[in-house]
Design a protein around this ligand. Structure first.
Ligand SMILES: NC(=O)C1=CN([C@@H]2O[C@H](COP(=O)(O)OP(=O)(O)OC[C@H]3O[C@@H](n4cnc5c(N)ncnc54)[C@H](OP(=O)(O)O)[C@@H]3O)[C@@H](O)[C@H]2O)C=CC1
Ligand SMILES: C[C@H](O)[C@@H]1OC(=O)[C@H](O)[C@@H]1O
Length: 256
């Protein structure tokens, strides 16, 4: 009676950056929880591989091969691919990138790449998803931010700005869309082993420094993040919106 369902059966989820790292872990967890998935990324063979993996769970998988910066292409591919009667229940803005640079050296071109990929795409794709969620008076939007959006990291000021922006976007969209029963939340990961961080995490000294700033003294496992994403996509989080859940081994609360 008090245990909500964490099932995503009969739900259609869209995940940007669904073929590697955090997005792939979320995609697989969602498929295992019963969702059909729109698999979005730039590399065609990876997208089709992951669609097949989604289907191996007995769920439908829909390929969308595009760069999130070209969000209109994503929208038109979705409109052409999913059945007319289907609408999106869950949208995960996961795709993101970083060009690690000192503030004094940042160039305009880097700024544009990071801002368009991490921030602009997340807003306009959320807007697209919310228009159909509003019609059916329900939906879940999950933004993958970062601890870098909450505390200062030396891994790039522009990246941190975009991740902060996602946290603020989460709050404001939650405010505007709450009356439509659209829940907008974010996840703020600390380091996880993915292609984005692979090179960094090969440096043992750097990993020791990460652990020294992490109360749990270890780097997270991707399934420990996927669990939070399932919670935020399921009815278990139906009275939660505008929040950012830091999945960080305690890093953001570590003062001294
Ligand atoms: N890993 C970590 O420690 C942390 C990651 N994050 C955030 O989590 C998210 C995922 O990170 P992570 O899994 O590490 O990233 P990865 O680079 O490991 O994977 C990124 C995924 O997104 C896709 N992708 C990358 N750029 C684009 C693009 N422009 N358009 C469409 N798809 C794209 C990639 O596929 P393809 O190249 O084929 O497009 C791949 O599927 C990011 O937003 C990142 O900022 C936050 C905190 C920590
Ligand atoms: C924790 C950060 O988000 C992490 O820092 C980096 O260098 C990578 O860009 C990751 O996103």
């Amino acid at each position: 009676m008090y245990l909500p369902s964490f099932s995503l059966h009969n739900k259609l989820a869209a995940v940007t950056g669904a073929t590697k790292g955090i997005g792939y872990a979320i995609t697989m967890a969602y498929a295992e929880a019963g969702a059909d998935i729109i698999v979005i990324a730039r590399t065609e063979e990876d997208v089709h591989r992951v669609v097949q993996e989604v289907k191996s769970y007995g769920q439908k998988g829909y390929p969308v091969v595009a760069d999130v910066k070209d969000y209109l292409s994503i929208i038109s591919q979705i409109e052409a691919t999913i059945p007319d009667e289907s609408t999106i229940d869950i949208w995960v803005n996961n795709a993101g990138m970083n060009i690690r640079n000192n503030a004094l050296e940042v160039q305009d071109e880097e700024w544009e790449q990071i801002v368009q990929t991490n921030m602009k795409s997340a807003f306009f794709l959320s807007q697209y998803a919310a228009r159909q969620m509003k019609d059916k008076q329900e939906g879940k939007i999950i933004n993958i931010s970062s601890v870098a959006g909450h505390v200062a990291l030396r891994t790039g000021v522009v990246y941190g700005m975009t991740k902060s922006a996602l946290i603020q976007m989460t709050k404001t969209l939650a405010l505007e869309w709450g009356e439509y029963n659209i829940h907008v939340n974010a996840i703020g990961p600390w380091y996880f082993n993915t292609p984005l961080t692979e090179k960094l995490l090969k440096n043992e000294e750097y990993v020791e420094e990460i652990k020294s700033r992490t109360p749990m003294r270890r780097i997270g496992e991707l399934k420990e993040l996927a669990g939070t994403a399932v919670f935020l996509a399921s009815e278990a989080s139906n009275y939660m919106t505008g929040q950012t859940l830091f999945v960080d081994g305690g890093m953001t609360i570590y003062g001294f």
